[in-house]
Write a protein that binds this ligand. Structure first.
Ligand code: FPP
Ligand code: MG
Length: 336
């Protein structure tokens, strides 16, 4: 490769710079934290301060600009902020459900503020998000409801492997519901609020959906192949928690005898090195290669849907289409 060509990460950073309105989204998000009950301000502020790629609001703004939005309207700012607030609420609840003590190198909100107040601040943020979405039209309200229902269903389906029969297919269903639903909502709202045709809205939504599945699969792969420094938490949590992650399901499907222990309840003390040993076995394995191929196939689907949507849209702005392609490539580059 030409060494002067920008990496996918650099192209992703440049894509973000093309939507400076992300700062305004952040301001809308912060404005919703107001409450005279201090923890309802402090806990969301803490989670926000842990940082993050803000991929969902970025997607909303980039999709709108790619479809020809000349400016980022207050409606787009509201929905981009609303989607990030929903995401923040799910993270607060998810860390409690997963009993995951660390997020982005720092104590998870529930570790710092306790479970009751963290649960409540998730509820607080979800309600604030609905306040923002409900300012918009019925379609946005309906699609937001649908995405939130899928988030909850996806999380409810994610039971440990010893309690229920899981498969590669159920793992994909979980990824579609718990992660892709919000990506789809972001792309849908952008297309809908930009006045795109029904076909373009459908194809942009499909783009968001496939990109979301790819993102979740990449997260599942990184849980095995990455390190604590990069992940911001211990690797191997999906193995420790016996989750139906795509890697675990492909490992079980491969017929490996070592994988069978995934079917026992989490927290057993008879084989304390299981996670470490599994990580060593899985890194650079065929299972990981297969998971990478599957994630890439969803990224490819995202690319195709983006192309179909933007080709059939009269006001398409190619520069922003390229920035959305950079988002897809950035996701995949995390695997290299
Ligand atoms: C993170 O998965 C979790 C999700 C993407 C969805 C969580 C959904 C809920 C908790 C349902 C509640 C819904 C609402 C609307 C409040 P992960 O554990 O794989 O990711 P992580 O590594 O970031 O923890
Ligand atoms: Mg989690």
């Amino acid at each position: 490769m030409n060494s002067s060509a920008p990496s996918a990460a650099e192209r992703f950073s440049r894509a973000l710079l093309m939507v400076p309105e992300l700062r305004d989204v952040e301001a809308v998000i912060r404005a919703t934290f107001n409450s005279d009950v201090i923890p309802m301000r402090e806990i969301p502020e803490y989670l926000l301060s842990l940082g993050g790629k803000r991929i969902r609001p970025a997607l909303t703004l980039l999709c709108a600009r790619a479809l020809g939005a000349q400016t980022i309207s207050p409606m787009l700012l509201d929905i981009a902020a609303g989607i990030e607030l929903i995401h923040m609420a799910t993270l607060m609840h998810d860390d409690i459900i997963d009993q995951s003590p660390v997020r982005r190198h720092m104590p998870s909100p529930y570790k710092r503020y306790g479970t009751p107040l963290t649960l409540l601040s998730g509820d607080f943020l979800l309600t604030r998000a609905f306040g923002l979405c409900a300012k918009l039209d019925d379609r946005v309200i309906q699609e937001t409801e649908q995405a939130c229902i899928e988030l909850v269903e996806g999380e409810a389906l994610e039971t440990p492997l010893h309690t229920q029969q899981h498969s590669v297919e159920t793992s994909i269903t979980i990824a579609e519901r718990k992660t892709a639903s919000l990506f789809r909502l972001a792309a849908f709202c952008a297309a809908h609020l930009t006045g795109a045709s029904a076909e373009v809205i459908r194809d942009m939504s499909a783009f968001g959906q496939s990109l979301g599945v790819a993102f979740q699969m990449i997260d599942d792969i990184l849980d095995v192949t990455s390190d604590e420094q990069t992940l911001g938490k211990r690797p191997g949590l999906d193995i420790a928690e016996r989750k139906p992650s795509i890697v675990n399901m492909l490992w079980l499907k491969s017929g490996s005898s070592e994988a069978q222990r995934l079917l026992t309840p989490p927290g057993g003390t008879d084989d304390p090195d299981y996670v470490e040993r599994s990580l060593a076995t899985l890194k650079d394995s065929d299972v990981i290669n297969e998971a990478k191929l599957l994630a890439s196939s969803y990224a490819e689907r995202a690319r195709t849907s983006l192309q179909t949507a933007t080709q059939h849209n009269p006001a398409t702005n190619e520069q922003f289409v390229m920035s959305l392609q950079a988002v897809i490539e950035f996701a995949l580059e995390r695997l290299r």
